[in-house]
Ligand binder design. Structure first.
Ligand SMILES: NC(=O)c1ccc[n+]([C@@H]2O[C@H](COP(=O)([O-])OP(=O)(O)OC[C@H]3O[C@@H](n4cnc5c(N)ncnc54)[C@H](OP(=O)(O)O)[C@@H]3O)[C@@H](O)[C@H]2O)c1
Length: 247
């Protein structure tokens, strides 16, 4: 494994949002490629299930915290002396935060920014533990580059995704030589969608996207690992969307 071009042997990778979807797939792939993974989300039970499915479960730690709670994040990461890479695909209830701009209640609209502040909280706790050439991979959405239509009810959420993108690019300069990259996923078949939505979206993607296929968590995991493993990539905004940004 050590001579594999994407080997992560000897590296520690913190994944926040590891209990589901893109985070679970990224944890599994990083672990398969030799990394010790720190699996994190709010649910220790769900993380333990992900750990049990890893190729090398002994090469994993489970650390439960809510990334919105800055003190909880700091406390949870304090035992770790060195973290080489951090990947932060955590998000909650994104679809429940949809609503018409003039009608959405204030609290829900403001909670759209939980995803932004959660990633900030994790970075501020983890970066001091990261070596030169270590990396942070933030998660936005293709909607941060190409706003969704007027009926999607995501006007503020699209701004959150753009905020993640520009903060990530800024941090690639400010935090150097730690690297910072941003992934902008298109539609991915994860638990953010229910069964019916997943089936409908898969059908739509197969018909519409230039890639003519549905996006899977494993596709995003490959993108995240490629950013971690390539020491020449920083400040990148990587669209992984089957070409959605073009259609
Ligand atoms: N799926 C898509 O179609 C799509 C499209 C565009 C962008 N994205 C972006 O891709 C990223 C990953 O999405 P996904 O589809 O993989 O989501 P997912 O399957 O719903 O997974 C979200 C993860 O975040 C964790 N989480 C939620 N709230 C948290 C909190 N307060 N603190 C810590 N962890 C928390 C969840 O675990 P717990 O519940 O255990 O905390 C879970 O592990 C997100 O940034 C999302 O916006 C996804």
């Amino acid at each position: 494994m050590n001579d594999h071009p994407f080997s992560l042997a000897g590296q520690t990778v913190l994944v926040v949002g590891a209990s589901s979807g893109i985070g679970a797939a990224t944890s599994a792939l990083a672990n398969r490629l030799g990394a010790r993974v720190i699996l994190s989300s709010r649910s220790a039970d769900a993380l333990a299930k992900v750990q049990a499915e890893l190729d090398h479960p002994a090469e994993a730690d489970v650390v439960a915290f809510d990334y919105r709670d800055v003190e909880a994040v700091r406390l949870a990461l304090s035992p770790f002396e060195r973290i080489d890479h951090v990947v932060i695909p955590a998000v909650a209830d994104e679809n429940k935060k949809r609503g018409a701009f003039l009608e959405l209640d204030d609290a829900t609209m403001r909670a759209s920014f939980d995803k932004f502040w959660g990633q900030v909280n994790v970075l501020r706790a983890a970066v001091p533990k990261m070596p030169a050439g270590g990396s942070a991979t933030l998660f936005a959405s293709i909607a941060g580059l190409k706003p969704t239509g007027k009926d999607a009810g995501l006007s503020v959420m699209n701004g959150v995704q753009a905020a993640v993108i520009q903060t990530g690019r800024s941090l690639a300069v400010e935090l150097a030589p730690v690297r910072v990259n941003v992934i902008a996923p298109g539609v991915v078949l994860t638990n953010v969608w229910n069964d019916v939505e997943r089936a409908n979206l898969a059908d739509w993607m197969e018909r519409t996207l230039p890639a003519r296929r549905a996006g899977l968590p494993e596709d995003l995991a490959k993108a995240a690992v490629s950013l971690i493993a390539n020491p020449y990539v920083t400040g990148a905004v990587l669209t992984v969307d089957g070409g959605l940004h073009l259609v």
